[in-house]
Write a protein that binds this ligand. Structure first.
Ligand SMILES: Nc1nc2c(ncn2[C@@H]2O[C@H](COP(=O)(O)OP(=O)(O)O)[C@@H](O)[C@H]2O)c(=O)[nH]1
Ligand SMILES: [Mg+2]
Length: 436
């Protein structure tokens, strides 16, 4: 064996299992490095491991001062494998013999061809033995959610019996891992799965319920797992739309209101983007749409190098060309742009027609204009009332021009030809226009 391989085993009160497990692993291959991560188990598990490791330099003990969860224990093992042992393959397993050590050579073999290998109960040939009904239900439910919400192709996303190539793990920023307990297993496999160049393979295992000691999974861990899956579900959208780069904050620091707002803006971006034509773009009012998103978010989303953004407020480090200016008048030459977009801005202007005249002037004759603005209808006002009551005041106070769909159609069509009207989330209008 020329590769350095570590076996990472988290333990909490496993005095009846750990020594026998270590011996069985040594019998399989004495060159394997075993890292036990013990959270100061009251039953003295770490003392047993200390004694063994004093005799055998391949046995390592990471002793943590208190119980800190399975996920952080795995990470501690990853870091030790990478930094201290310079290992290439890392294997994680439970200490209670639910994971049969004789599977280790199979995992190693599969790691030669794959980045991540999962010992799977639910792939063909896999099995669960002697597990209580409730445990099976929890595990099945978690896997059902990861399949349908996260669209994760892995059949057993909660299995802790795994192999990882260190090169794959290096692509994960452990600082951004938000789950510390069992649901860490879902989070890390999900985050690995969305990287393009990662190969994940499941190999069947027989999972046998523990004979010695007690399970440490608690009701709290189950709630935390549900929270993890839903948080990842929200994240999914950003990866899919490549929109994580629009955030000015760490994703995990967003709250539920931020998620709602973000979904709203990105949903509009997609629709607006689909209405544009080839060529250059002017974004009127290109500043951040909400406090946790970046300035020029739409332009960053759309990725057209021929873009200019204009805003009343200054922007630090603009990603695309930027002019800070009033927009009545717009300090640009006539017939300059293929596309002009103006999102959620026109309602802030006292005399909306003046800006439409300016847009017409700088638009090329065959250019496209996309304007978005709230539809001041009953629904919008209702949503507004509920929102203000629930979450507090937002932007509506600054809306000087309030019209419903008909009203906006009348104003816009005085200056431009309306080709298409779409809606974003029922109450937001999107007008695609051209010159008359
Ligand atoms: N270091 C550490 N190990 C833990 C912690 N919670 C569970 N473990 C270990 O993780 C493995 C899986 O736990 P177990 O209770 O068997 O989970 P179950 O098989 O899902 O019931 C066992 O080896 C436990 O000793 C923890 O907070 N810290
Ligand atoms: Mg167990």
């Amino acid at each position: 064996m020329n590769k350095k391989i570590t076996i990472i085993i988290p333990t909490y009160n496993e005095k009846d299992n750990i020594e026998r497990l270590i011996n069985e692993i040594i019998n399989i291959n004495p060159e394997l490095h075993i890292i036990v991560v013990d959270d100061n188990s009251p039953d003295g598990t770490s003392k047993i491991v200390e004694q063994i490791s004093a005799q055998n330099k391949n046995i390592h003990l990471i002793k943590r001062e208190k119980k800190r969860g399975l996920g952080t224990a795995h990470i501690a093992g990853f870091l030790y494998s990478e930094k201290d042992l310079k290992a290439e393959y890392l294997i994680t397993m439970d200490s209670d013999f639910s994971h049969n050590p004789t599977t280790i050579p199979e995992i190693i073999k599969a790691l030669n061809e794959n980045d991540v290998v999962i010992g799977s109960r639910y792939t063909e040939g896999g099995k669960v033995v002697d597990s209580p009904f409730i445990r099976r239900l929890i595990s099945k439910t978690a896997n059902f959610l990861t399949t349908y919400l996260l669209r994760l192709k892995v059949k057993d996303a909660t299995s802790g019996f795994r192999g990882y190539r260190i090169e794959a793990l290096k692509k994960i920023d452990y600082d951004n891992i938000f789950s510390d307990g069992y649901s860490f297993l879902v989070e890390i496999v999900y985050k690995l799965s969305i990287l393009n160049d990662i190969k994940i393979k499941e190999i069947p295992i027989r999972f046998i319920d523990r004979k010695e000691g007690k399970s440490k999974i608690s009701r709290k861990e189950i709630f935390k797992a549900i929270k993890t899956i839903f948080t990842l579900f929200f994240m999914k959208m950003f990866y899919e739309d490549n929109a994580i780069e629009l955030l000015d904050k760490k994703f995990t620091n967003l709250n539920i209101i931020s998620y709602i707002k973000l979904r709203f803006h990105i949903s509009r971006y997609k629709k607006v983007a689909s209405m544009l034509k080839k060529g250059n773009i002017l974004d009127l009012g290109c500043g951040r749409p909400t406090e946790f998103m970046k300035d020029q978010s739409f332009l960053i989303f759309f990725k057209n190098e021929n873009s200019i953004g204009i805003d009343l407020k200054n922007i630090e480090k603009p990603r695309y060309k930027f002019i800070q200016t009033e927009i009545q008048p717009i300090p640009l030459e006539n017939e300059k742009f293929d596309n002009i977009i103006m999102m959620e801005l026109i309602e802030h202007i006292k005399d909306p027609e003046t800006i439409l005249i300016e847009i017409k002037r700088i638009l090329k004759n065959d250019g496209i204009v996309v304007i978005t603005t709230p539809d001041n209808n009953i629904l919008w006002n209702l949503i507004w009332k509920v929102w203000t009551k629930t979450f507090g005041k937002m932007w509506k106070d600054q809306h000087i021009s309030n019209f419903n769909k008909k009203g906006w159609e009348n104003i816009i069509s005085k200056h431009l030809k309306i080709n298409k009207i779409k809606r974003n989330w029922f109450f937001d209008l999107i007008f695609q226009c051209s010159k008359k």
